[in-house]
Every structure is written in C-alpha cells, then in structure tokens.
Design a protein. Structure first.
Length: 230
C-alpha cells in the first residue's frame, strides 16, 4: 500500500515579525492527510493553521467532494494561492428526500466516475482530494481508485478503515466493492504511477497465465482478489 497518514512532526516554517525577529513555526498537516501516490494527496478541509503546510505541496488543483460548500477561509486560501478548486460535490450528489437537505444522498456512480477521471488526469497535478470529513467521500473515491489499480479488495478496505477507524461505514465499503470500474474513461494523459502500476499488473497476469497453462497453479492463481482475463 502506498498511502501514508502522518502529522509529519518536526517540519517547520520561518515567521518574521515586524521587528525582524524570526520564529520557527511547526508545519501542521490537515486531519486525515495522506500521500496517496506521487503528486496525489488526501485530507479533510484545511484551516488557517494548516496553510503553511499546504503551501509546501505546490498544489495545482483541489477536488472537493462534499455536498456542503467549503468554508470561506479555505476557498479564499485556494484562490489566493492560484489553486483551481473543482467542486464536484455541489453538482453530482443525489439529494435525499428533502430537496434542500443539509446532506446529500448516497454516493453515485456518476460522482465516482467524474471524480476518478479527474484523479487520473495528469494535467491537474499536483492534486488534493478532500471532503468535509476526510473519510467518507474521499475514502470511497480513493477506494474505487485502488480497484482501478487492481488492488486486492482486502487491501483496499484496510486502507479505507485505516483512515476512517471507528467511523467506517458499511455503505461506503459496499460501494467500493461493487463499483463498476469499466464505466471510467481513462484520460489521454495518465499519471506515471498509474501507468507503471498497470504495466506491472499486466506482467503478473501474463506470468500467471503462463503458469496456469503449464499446470503449475490452478485457476484461482497466486493473486487473491484480482481478476485475470484470458
């Protein structure tokens, strides 16, 4: 697994006062911050105490997935830093019974498809994927990404739960498991980490098929949770 969740203690920035005195200020990542892949990050909504750290990521794009609008503080920061914010949550969530409900309805394949096609577009990198909790929408979308990367389902759900901890939701895990990855249209410019991962998987698949043809292993193969096509 590649995702890492860390408060990254020890890093600092320099603050200069009006009198010219310098203070070392600790860099503080947002809650649920993690490095998903090279140039791809995840978190909940950053606050002012996180902004110094956020600047070190040199973000080009933020993909916001929650139905509720982001706080003005975060929106202003992204705008001032020249970071493009794509607000999918506002347009792609299915409303619940009450049209003006505070929360959106369940995750939809439309939202997942749109989000993944952005995540897989090299042109928007470096990219931060976030939602108000840093768990539910973000964790579900990134779980579907891992499915596209041919991760074993047990590994996908382990990563989701490592961020969600006691707040894990069965409905999110079920969506990840049942998501139809075939509906995702791969962009023309894919991130290098994704292309390298697919190439490695194809090599493993070819090796598995060779071994099966030789009768060395059965149809279940040595890679539980992965689907190999003849």
């Amino acid at each position: 697994m590649n995702a890492k969740s860390s408060r990254e203690r020890g890093a600092s920035s320099i603050l200069t006062t009006a009198g010219g005195k310098q203070w070392s200020m600790p860099l503080c990542p947002p809650e649920k911050f993690g490095i998903v892949e090279a140039g791809l990050f995840r978190s909940d909504i950053p606050s002012s105490m996180n902004f110094s750290f956020m600047k070190t990521l040199h973000l080009k794009t933020v993909l916001y997935l929650s139905h509720d609008p982001p706080p003005p503080e975060a929106s202003i920061f992204f705008e001032e830093e020249g970071i493009d914010m794509i607000n999918l949550g506002r347009t792609s969530w299915v409303p619940s019974i009450a049209r003006n409900s505070v929360r959106g309805g369940p995750m939809t394949e439309e939202l997942a498809k749109k989000a993944l096609e952005i995540v897989l577009n090299e042109d928007v990198y470096p990219l931060l994927v976030l939602c108000s909790s840093g768990i539910y929408e973000t964790g579900t979308i990134l779980g579907c990404l891992r499915r596209l990367q041919y991760w074993a389902l047990t590994a996908v759900l382990h990563e989701y739960r490592s961020f969600a901890q006691t707040k894990a939701r069965g409905e999110n895990e079920q969506f990840i498991e049942l998501f139809d990855t075939d509906i995702v249209t791969l962009p023309g410019r894919l991130p290098l980490w994704f292309m390298d991962g697919i190439s490695q998987w194809q090599e493993e698949e070819e090796h598995f098929l060779d071994l099966r043809e030789m009768g060395t292993i059965d149809d279940n193969g040595p890679y539980p949770g992965r689907s190999f096509q003849v």
